[in-house]
Design a protein around this ligand. Structure first.
Ligand code: P1T
Length: 379
C-alpha cells in the first residue's frame, strides 16, 4: 500500500460494535472480565487501550515497521530506550541534538552509570572511532535539531549490524513521509508525535517503532512498568492528524523550499541550514535517504548578534515565537535561549547554535505571505 493510502487507513477498522468509521475514544481505565483472565484482550488502560492500539498500528505501518508503542511524550519514549541499558553501557549520540534529549542523557542517566559520547555523525568515521565493546546504543537524530545536519543512516547501520548494538533514529524532523529509518537498517525509530504526526499543536506524545519481536517485548514491558502512556483522547487526535500527514508534508516541503531560497538570497542573512539547498554540506546524503526536504530550517543573521535576533523575533507576525514545530502554523524559535538552553554555550556554539541562530518551522500557509513576513522582519 502506498503512503497516502496508509495515512488514511492504516490501523483503523470500523468499530465492531457500532460500525463507527472513526476509532472511538475508549475513555476507560479498566475492562470487565467474565472470570479472572477471561477478557477481550484488554485488562487495564496503562497496559492496553483500543484507541492507543489503533494509533500504534497506524504509526508502525507509516514507518514500514511491524510494531509501534506510544508514550506520554517524546521524552518518555527516549527514556524507555535508555532504560534498556545498564550501568557501564555506552551510548554514541549525535552532537547536534535536541536539548531535552541531551539533558535526559547527561543529567538523568549519566548519574546511573551510563556513558554518553557525542560525535559529529555527518562523518561515519567519527562513529566508528567512538564505538567500543561496551557500546550498546547508537542514537541518531537526522535531520538534527536545530542545524539540520544529515546523518547517513545506512552508513551507520553498517557499523552496528552484527554487533550487540541497537541503532535508534529520532525521525521527528523528517516524519515518516520523508524518511523511513527501518528501511535504511535502523533497529528502532523514535518520534516526538507532538510534531508532524500530530500536526496541529494540540497534543504532546512520543512513539517507538520497530520490527524485532524481542525488542517489542522489552519496550512494552517498560511502557507498562514505568507507565508513561498517553490517554485515549490524545491518541484519537493523533489518529485524526495522521489522515492528512501526506498532504500537510507536501505543503511543508514546497513552502520550505520557497522560504529557504528566499533566505539564501537575502543580503542580511548569514548561513541557511536547509538540507534541500545544494550548498548544504550533506545535500547528497539527504537526496539519497529522504523523499523531500521538509519545512524545518535554521538561519543566522549576518554579524551574529543576539540583539538582531531579538529584533527579528519581535517583528515577525505570522511566524509565532514558540517552542515546538511541525504544526500547520508557522513557528520560529531561538535555540540558544529556548530549546537548547540546557546545552553549555561552548558545546552549542561548536555545533553552530550561535546567538543569532533562528529556527523556523514553516507551516502550510501561503508561501507569499510567509516570505513577506520574513522580509519585513529582516528589513
Ligand atoms: O516534546 P516531546 O514530545 O517530549 O519530544 C521531545 C523531542 C525529541 N526529539 C526531537 C528531535 C524533538 O525536537 C523533541 C521536542 N522538541 C521541541 C519541543 C523543540 O521545540 O525542538
Amino acid at each position: 500500500m502506498k503512503f497516502a493510502t496508509k495515512a488514511v487507513h492504516a490501523g483503523v477498522e470500523p468499530d465492531p460494535s457500532t460500525g463507527a468509521i472513526m476509532t472511538p475514544i475508549f475513555q476507560t481505565s479498566t475492562y470487565v472480565q467474565a472470570a479472572p483472565g477471561d477478557h477481550k484482550g484488554y485488562e487495564y488502560s496503562r497496559t492496553h487501550n483500543p484507541t492507543r492500539t489503533a494509533l500504534q498500528k497506524a504509526l508502525a505501518a507509516l514507518e514500514n515497521g511491524k510494531h509501534g508503542l506510544c508514550f506520554a511524550t517524546g521524552m518518555a519514549s527516549i527514556d524507555a530506550v535508555v532504560k534498556l541499558l545498564k550501568p557501564g553501557d555506552e551510548v554514541v549520540s549525535t552532537n547536534d541534538l535536541y536539548g531535552g534529549t541531551y539533558r535526559l542523557f547527561t543529567k538523568v542517566f549519566e548519574p546511573f552509570g551510563v556513558k554518553f559520547k557525542f560525535v559529529d555523525m555527518a562523518d561515519a568515521a567519527n562513529v566508528a572511532a567512538a564505538i567500543t565493546p561496551r557500546t550498546k546504543l547508537v542514537w541518531v537524530e537526522t535531520p538534527t535539531n536545530p542545524t539540520l545536519r544529515i546523518v547517513d543512516i545506512a552508513a551507520i547501520a553498517k557499523l552496528t549490524k552484527g554487533k550487540d548494538i541497537l541503532l535508534a533514529v529520532d525521525n521527528t524532523f523528517a516524519s515518516p513521509y520523508l524518511q523511513n529509518p527501518l528501511d535504511l537498517g535502523a533497529d528502532l525509530v523514535m518520534h516526538s508525535v507532538t510534531k508532524f504526526l500530530g500536526g496541529h499543536s494540540d497534543v504532546v506524545m512520543g512513539a517507538l517503532i520497530m520490527n524485532d519481536d524481542t525488542l517489542l517485548e522489552r519496550l512494552a514491558f517498560l511502557q507498562n512498568s514505568c507507565g508513561a502512556t498517553p490517554g485515549p483522547q490524545d491518541c484519537f487526535l493523533v489518529l485524526r492528524g495522521l489522515k492528512t500527514l501526506h498532504l500537510r508534508l507536501e505543503r511543508h516541503c514546497t513552502n520550505g523550499r520557497a522560504v529557504a531560497e528566499f533566505l539564501a538570497k537575502h543580503p542580511k542573512v548569514g548561513k541557511v541550514y536547509w538540507p534541500g539547498l545544494p550548498s548544504h554540506p550533506n545535500h547528497e546524503v539527504a537526496k539519497r535517504q529522504m523523499r523531500d526536504f521538509g519545512g524545518m530550517m535554521s538561519f543566522t543573521i549576518k554579524g551574529d548578534r543576539m540583539e538582531d535576533a531579538m529584533h527579528f523575533l519581535r517583528t515577525c507576525k505570522l511566524f509565532s515565537l514558540a517552542e515546538s514545530l511541525g504544526g500547520v502554523e508557522s513557528l520560529m524559535g531561538h535555540p540558544a535561549s529556548m530549546t537548547h538552553a540546557s546545552i553549555p554555550r561552548e558545546e552549542r556554539e561548536r555545533t553552530g547554535v550561535t546567538d543569532s541562530l533562528i529556527r523556523l518551522s514553516v507551516g502550510v500557509e501561503d508561501a507569499d505571505d510567509l516570505i513577506a513576513d520574513l522580509a519585513k522582519a529582516l528589513g
